[in-house]
Design a protein around this ligand. Structure first.
Ligand code: WQD
Length: 345
């Protein structure tokens, strides 16, 4: 049993990771400033696990609140750091807020761990660090290319900060480079809660399916792919959450081979946008209203993971399929619609 601080623990991936930490017998402590999440997520976690982890509402971009965190939790065995702004487009409009929040917070957390003789940080990174990789599938040795957005840059710089800190101090860290997280918990008690118009494909698909959005726009049909639409590696959020438990257990047990390690987390399979739509239509049992439009600036043609390193070293492999993820995402969307209807009565 390990006590693990989970920053951004009420967010999409954070909340699913808290559930898996509890299932594995650990003691997660949730830290969240609720800037992009809701305290109601705690109830969902409790309904799934029967446990209500400690929740500290703190804003970790303020150094004194990082201090307060470690005053309240002086002895964590590890820390999983999800808390960050993550909207690619927004980051180009507000780069300084992204650097302040995503990197300032990371430095404060690393200083706090170092100064207390603590260690074991898991960092939420992204396949966005690879840009459009020359070779597919993408391995961890694929070159990290200049970021296309300040958001992507905060992931690249974040990894470098952790690497330098682990080499200079008695800190251990693992960066997990997510491909495209989708889906929801099968219980439909927690899931993705995009604020406003969803930027990502799957929440836009399910909101269109439920009637919240009029029509999905497919960004680009002229890519050099099997059907002209872009390819991504869509990984179920529960598979992703389980990988975080394995990674933090690796550091707590001191099984890491280097002070700083990094792993791709994907399924190893690429799917086109049209294939996602077709899979959703099968799951929902009805056609999806969509149109095709021009490419979205900054999008890459194709990105999917070579998962060998995580499979062989972490002993982790994604178990759930695209259909599982879309089934769970659709069930969650329908649950949200029922909750909205009940509120409107
Ligand atoms: C997937 C595909 C779009 C919306 C981003 C970030 C990445 C990570 C995941 C945070 C693309 C197409 C999308 C729509 C569409 N974010 N699409 N219509 O861009 O691969 O990755 O989200 O950690 O860092 O870069 O994900 O879901 O936005 O797009 O056609 O309404 O769906 O063009 O081909 P992306 P996405």
């Amino acid at each position: 049993m390990a006590k693990i601080i989970v920053t951004g623990g009420l967010g999409f991936i954070g909340s699913h990771t808290v559930v898996e930490l509890l299932a594995a017998g650990h003691e997660p402590v949730i830290v969240d400033n609720l800037s992009n999440s809701s305290a109601a997520v705690l109830e969902g976690i409790e309904k799934i696990t029967g446990q209500k982890p400690l929740f500290l509402q703190l804003d970790l971009k303020q150094k004194n609140q990082v201090t307060r965190l470690f005053e309240q939790v002086p002895d964590p065995d590890g820390l999983i750091h999800f808390a960050a702004y993550k909207a690619v487009g927004e980051s180009t409009e507000k780069p300084l807020e992204y650097y302040e929040n995503n990197l300032g917070t990371l430095v404060y957390l690393l200083q706090a761990l170092r100064d207390r003789g603590l260690s074991n940080l898991i960092f939420s990174s992204s396949c966005t660090v690879y840009g459009q990789a020359e070779k597919l599938p993408i391995t961890e040795e694929s070159p990290v290319v200049p970021a296309e957005s300040p958001y992507g840059n905060t992931k690249q710089i974040g990894e470098e900060i952790i690497q330098d800190a682990c080499h200079a101090h008695a800190l251990q860290g693992i960066s997990l480079r997510y491909f495209n997280p989708i889906g929801a918990h099968p219980s439909a008690e927690i899931g993705e809660l995009p604020l406003g118009v969803p930027l990502n494909l799957v929440p836009f698909v399910t909101q269109t399916g439920i009637g919240l959005r009029e029509q999905l726009s497919v960004f680009g049909t002229d890519y050099p792919t099997r059907d002209g639409t872009a390819i991504r590696d869509y990984i179920h959020v529960v598979d992703l959450a389980k990988a975080h438990v394995i990674a933090v257990e690796r550091l707590v047990a001191g099984e890491n081979q280097q002070a700083y390690e990094y792993y791709n987390l994907g399924t190893g399979t690429g799917s086109t946008v049209l294939e996602v739509i077709q899979a959703f239509e099968k799951v929902a049992g009805k056609p999806l209203n969509y149109k095709t439009v021009a490419r979205r600036p900054g999008d890459v043609t194709a990105a999917y993971a070579d998962t060998t390193k995580a499979n062989q070293i972490l002993g982790w492999t994604a178990q759930k399929t695209m259909e599982d993820a879309l089934t769970d995402a659709w069930r969650w969307e329908q649950k949200l619609a029922r909750a909205r209807a009940a509120q409107a009565e």
